[in-house]
Design a protein around this ligand. Sequence first.
Ligand code: SF4
Length: 688
Amino acid sequence: ASMREERIDKTKTVCTYCGVGCTFDVWTKDRKVLKVEPQQESPANGISTCIKGKFGWDYVNSEERLTKPLIRNGESFVEVEWDEALNYTAKRFEEIKADKGADALGFISSSKATNEESYSMQKLARQVIGTNNVDNCSRYCQSPATKGLFRTVGHGGDSGSIDDIAKADMVITIGSNTAESHPVLASRIKRSQKLFGQTLYVFDLRKQEMGQRADRFFQPKSGTDLVWLSAVTKYIIDQGWEDRAFIDQWVNDFDAYKQSLEPFTLEYAEEMTGITQANLTEIAEQVASVGKLAICWAMGVTQHQLGSDTSTAISNLLLVTGNYMREGTGAYPLRGHNNVQGCSDFGSMPNFFPGYEEVASDEVRQRYENAWGVDIPATPGLDNHEMIGAIHEGELQSLYVLGEDTGIVDANINYVTAAFEKLDFFVVQDLFLTETAKYADVILPAVPSLEKEGTFTNTERRIQRLYQALDPVGDSRPDWRIIRDIAEKLGYDWLYDSPSDIMDEAASLAPLFAGVSYDRLTNYNSLQWPVAPDGTDTPLLFTDGFPFADNKAKLYPLSFELRYDTDDEYDLHVNNGRVLEHFHEGNMTYKSPGITSKMPTAFIEVSPDLANERGINEGAEVKLISRTGEVTGAVHITDRVSGNELYLPLNDNGRTAINYLTDNNVDKDTDTPAYKEVAVKMEVIKKK
Ligand code: SF4
């Protein structure tokens, strides 16, 4: 190698953005990220990446990085040394616990943090403080999918691997803008469609790229997917097309489920969803006749008041048609954040220990009590949504939020920030002075993925290691270390020298990860959970049956009631989601000039019909007013949306932030905000 090349470091890492979990070597020189080089052996992506993985790294060198701990002093913050910040935090936690009890404290972990950090956060809450009030931001996206799968097949993760989606004869996507939100996974579907004629049906409110490529594209009315899914399943059973042998051997509760389908006639489904009866029967015929079916879904399904039930309806359809247990089949909730799967897997949930073992189970709790030497409360704690409510009620006095801009990403911003103002003590741990951090009493400077070690778990349940490529900026520190040090200040010596020690402890306690160790995850090696003690992992779930007492899955009866609609005053529906270039609230991607130049601000998509009706042109400025708040923005006229549907990218952290419009409605089973159910009226500010 030349002299020049010798000064370049190549470090294996895992993408910090979406749940596809692309891995690559990152080339760095000093603090400069020179390039990203995926490897043939990258399990999820091979030699591909998307624009975010390739160019989305400038934020690590942003001038706006926090480099010192900050403590509030009146209206401003003062920089302090770590010892002072940690002592102060520990002291306030102790005081509030002594005064109001352990359940007056809440802990929110991040899907951007590593598995080891999620494990540490729930251990801090449960062992050191003594509360189950710990949750993570998958509450905002994928909890309903996890719930729907738990109820029916017993594991809350993708049934197989991305390879299985590629091998299916037919793929259905529902409420997923796959090409922009999971670009590398979408390219696998595109390839299968082209190479061996994989059939693609897309269901979405908006005709995005995959909708344009699909063999058939359907636009059901917002929030009605449960109805067409159930009607198609009913029609299949009525015709006798169900997979009898599979159901007899592997599925319980068929009769009760069949009975629950009675209301879901084709007439009713047409009326509720807008999909014609002829189309519904055609969908049923196609689904029943194809050999291997995989269904992918995302926030368009989950962020509704019936998000868990709709996810359940997807799993029911797969069970009735025998589309589990085999390669190329199954359920694929497409995880949004890089570690949205892992953060829940490793126990930052109010009702689960790591590996989805119930807090309420005496046997499980005792295992942790023995290991940690404390009593742990048997009742589940508060989830994120309940924590905000409990602050308003005066029951929660302290909140510790890690790597999440709650004040932008939670629904109904005005209500959430009003809660922050009521807190006695608020700790925010992040890379930047986020909107949320502005309300904090203590701000602890954390590091991004490139500056630490750990593991992330992608949408395929695949655990992958990231290695440290850069030194932390200033005095910033990895989240796991900060949490460990707070535990220590509170009298618990955790003795972790590195994330590997934390993983060893998790593996020793949670059977789902029994065989996980850093040695088995070196470089591009990865493991898909469950991982047996001998290190055997599970690319495809359920090959020996379902994880219930009799090895059988369960069909879960459902009902439907329209929970939300537009009315005469709030006459337009706002859909929202990602764009390719940006990620969530934009705290990382807006700090990458290369990306921001391609997509500087958010825009409001309006259909040609609606633009015509309101007399507005491209670039017009409008105000959207919902029942809870308002935003203003520029109009983009496009036939990707139709009729009274609007689309607003969710990636703006300024005046067009979607969560000024969203309200307190949640999925009835998981408290996930119903972000997609927003009715607004539109005022024209400037016609253009
Ligand atoms: Fe990163 Fe997802 Fe893009 Fe892969 S597809 S590079 S994981 S954002």
